[in-house]
Write a new protein. Structure first.
Length: 246
């Protein structure tokens, strides 16, 4: 972003669109307490979940494919005097060199992997990193088909300020595609002197039901009781699939 030198664009928009979400934190806290030991946050972004769990005393490794997001997380951990291991790696091919008690994939990470082949690769690598009896928990967006059309998109944009700039991101369209649901967002940035810059961003969430992910996990995992995350004014609800390594 011209005129904003200290924050990477990727970090800015991730913070705008994801950082304020907190409805799921209770689920991840409960799982971390139940499993004990080290956990890995897959698709950690700038640390929304990882930093929360580290602040509660959990042993956390944060993994993301984007180096800028991982760097921002590491910086924030240092500022808060929190110990968080960080790793740059793809969810479908990561290698930590050790096993953990719990792996989590918050906020629909498993629906951003390009379909079943991507999920299969993720499941293989997660299983290889879990201790015997370790747990993998993944959040899936509740089916958009069950939501009334007038409630599909949040009424207000996500907004964040940084260094005098005001950033907003507004979902403006939701489209059904062969493999899933595409969500179009209008991103707007207003500079300290009032200049407006706009861009469009689209994410595609794979169509994936909890029972489908449980079936894909096959003989490597045993499905445990699912958890749920309630919808909020700005976000659809989620179902958290919980899989135990066997």
């Amino acid at each position: 972003m011209v005129g904003l030198k200290t924050v990477d664009d990727t970090v800015i928009w991730h913070d705008v669109e994801c950082a304020s979400y907190s409805a799921d934190l209770g689920v991840w806290r409960a799982l971390a307490d139940e499993c004990g030991g080290e956990l890995v946050d897959i698709g950690c972004g700038t640390g929304r979940v990882a930093l929360d769990l580290a602040a509660l005393g959990h042993d956390v490794t944060a993994l993301d494919s984007d180096p800028a997001l991982v760097a921002a997380l590491a910086s924030r951990a240092r500022e808060r005097d929190l110990r968080v291991r960080t790793s740059v790696g793809d969810a479908r091919s990561f290698e930590l060199g050790r096993t953990v008690a719990l792996a989590i994939a918050p906020m629909q990470v498993v629906q951003l992997l390009g379909g079943e082949p991507g999920r299969a690769a993720l499941l293989r690598h997660v299983r290889a990193h879990l201790e015997p009896g370790g747990v993998f928990a993944a959040a899936l967006a509740d089916p958009f088909e069950d939501i009334p059309s007038e409630e599909l998109l949040p009424p207000m944009p996500d907004v964040r300020e940084a260094e005098g700039w005001v950033f907003s991101s507004t979902p403006i369209a939701m489209r059904t595609e062969p493999s899933g649901t595409a969500i179009d967002r209008l991103r707007q940035a207003v500079s300290p002197d009032g200049r407006l810059m706009e861009s469009m961003a689209t994410i595609v969430l794979d169509r994936l039901l909890p029972e489908q992910l449980e079936a894909e996990a096959g003989g490597a995992f045993r499905a445990l009781s699912r958890r749920s995350v309630p919808e909020t004014d700005g976000y659809v609800g989620s179902t958290v699939v919980v899989l135990e390594a066997v």
